[in-house]
Design a protein around this ligand. Structure first.
Ligand SMILES: [Mg+2]
Length: 191
């Protein structure tokens, strides 16, 4: 084992960028100020950076899959100006009340573990030494279902999710900002 086997799985909306509810225009993207620096620290410490995001707006007909890729590339272009980039993107376009062919009961919509399972297989990730960073209870539950360690941020929807996460999962750290989460990860990780 070496540090290359570790990842931080990153939710998108409410964690890397402000949650605007079904983002469908690049001009509405607003990256949290402390994110580029945090990503650099994680990269320096050997973590792969993998975006894991539910995008049921595809199933609901608000935007198509290509827009999800476009958003990912847009973010990576900005991050690359700071000398860092995300390693991969996994998203779930499904919702059972959505439109065909996306209205299926899938194994990837958080908190189901499908996206992290796929990512771990492809990138050779050791989930026990990795973290999932999110702003919803479903992100924390995804972490449990995938055998990785969850952290809840109070950004995005996190403030309103914090009480139920604290009650159901008292061992999960609930932190104010992205940079707080990065500090926690670096202090609590092992090679
Ligand atoms: Mg989120």
């Amino acid at each position: 084992m070496n540090s290359d086997n570790r990842a931080v799985f990153l939710d998108r909306d409410g964690v890397l960028i402000k949650d605007v509810n079904y983002l469908s225009r690049l001009e509405d993207i607003s990256i949290y100020d402390d994110v580029p620096e945090g990503l650099i620290s994680l990269k320096k410490n050997g973590f792969k950076l993998i975006m894991i995001t539910n995008q049921s707006g595809v199933a609901r007909g608000f935007f198509d899959e290509s827009f999800v890729y476009e958003t990912y590339n847009f973010l990576n272009n900005i991050f690359s100006k700071s000398g860092v980039s995300l390693d991969d993107l996994y998203f779930c376009p499904h919702h059972q009340q959505g439109k065909p062919p996306y209205n299926i009961k899938c194994d990837c919509r958080k908190p189901a573990p499908g996206m992290i399972e796929k990512a771990s297989k492809k990138h050779g990730i050791d989930c026990q030494r990795s973290f999932m960073l999110g702003d919803k209870k479903s992100d924390v539950e995804l972490a449990y279902n995938s055998g990785t360690r969850g952290i809840l941020l109070r950004t995005g929807k996190g403030d309103s999710e914090a009480a139920s996460v604290a009650e159901l999962y008292p061992e999960v750290p609930i932190l104010d900002t992205f940079s707080d989460a990065i500090d926690f990860i670096l202090k609590n990780s092992f090679d």
